[in-house]
Design a protein around this ligand. Structure first.
Ligand SMILES: Nc1nc2c(c(=O)[nH]1)N[C@H]1C(S)=C(S)[C@@H](COP(=O)(O)O)O[C@H]1N2
Ligand SMILES: [Mo]
Length: 197
């Protein structure tokens, strides 16, 4: 080994401009879930957006799949410091879903089967920045990674990408979701290292 210790060789370095500060790139795909994996069949699955009047726009699985589909290649960044570069997803842009929703509220709470919640400003879901994804690497999204479908908001830390997503509730102002009530940042920009309060 000479003067280069194995510790040095083994350390994960961040010299790739795609990797935000304090993160390291991994080839694996760690599973991070706050509770057990809920099992939702596609027949039972639905995605809803509820606006300020209580109006609920609902898509069944087949209605959801009949919408325009997009292939997304993107980097993802978990607050626990792993990043995964060049991940491949397929799903429906939130732009497509919100085209059918009337709202003037600017904040959302994402809700998941199993009870998880996370808050995302509406602006961060629109303009090609977020999807409801149902495939990863050309295959159905695995249950432990959020299948049948999950939110994908790759420009924010990955806790905002709610697995087993069931819907969005429009809100007049920002409110903390599950992790945000437990010390995580309200917004979560990985390039600004907005990890915790
Ligand atoms: N419903 C739900 N969504 C969730 C979580 C969770 O516990 N429950 N964990 C979040 C966190 S902290 C991360 S880092 C990612 C992990 O996604 P993965 O398990 O597919 O890597 O999912 C996010 N979405
Ligand atoms: Mo996370």
């Amino acid at each position: 080994m000479g003067i280069v210790s194995s510790g040095f060789l083994g350390r994960r370095r961040n010299d790739d401009p795609r990797v935000p500060p304090g993160q390291y790139a991994t080839d694996g795909f760690p599973v991070l879930s706050a509770g057990p994996t809920p099992r939702i069949s596609k027949e039972d699955w639905a995605f809803t957006i509820t606006n300020e009047t209580g109006d609920v726009r609902r898509w069944s699985w087949s209605e959801f799949l009949a919408l325009p589909q997009e292939d997304v290649s993107t980097d993802i960044h978990c607050v626990t410091s792993w990043s995964k570069l060049g991940t491949s997803w397929r799903g429906v842009a939130l732009d497509t879903l919100f085209a059918e929703v009337d709202t003037t509220f600017e904040y959302t709470m994402a809700h998941s089967y199993g009870g998880y919640t996370t808050n995302v400003p509406l602006a961060d879901l629109l303009d090609g920045k977020a999807w409801v994804a149902h495939s990863f690497d050309g295959e159905d999204l695995a249950p432990e990674h959020g299948g049948p479908a999950r939110l994908l908001v790759p420009h924010l830390y990955f806790w905002k990408s709610a697995k087993w997503v069931s819907g969005l509730q429009m809100l007049p102002q920002d409110q903390p979701g599950f992790w945000e009530q437990n010390g995580y940042n309200m917004y979560g920009d990985p390039w600004k290292e907005q990890r915790y309060w």
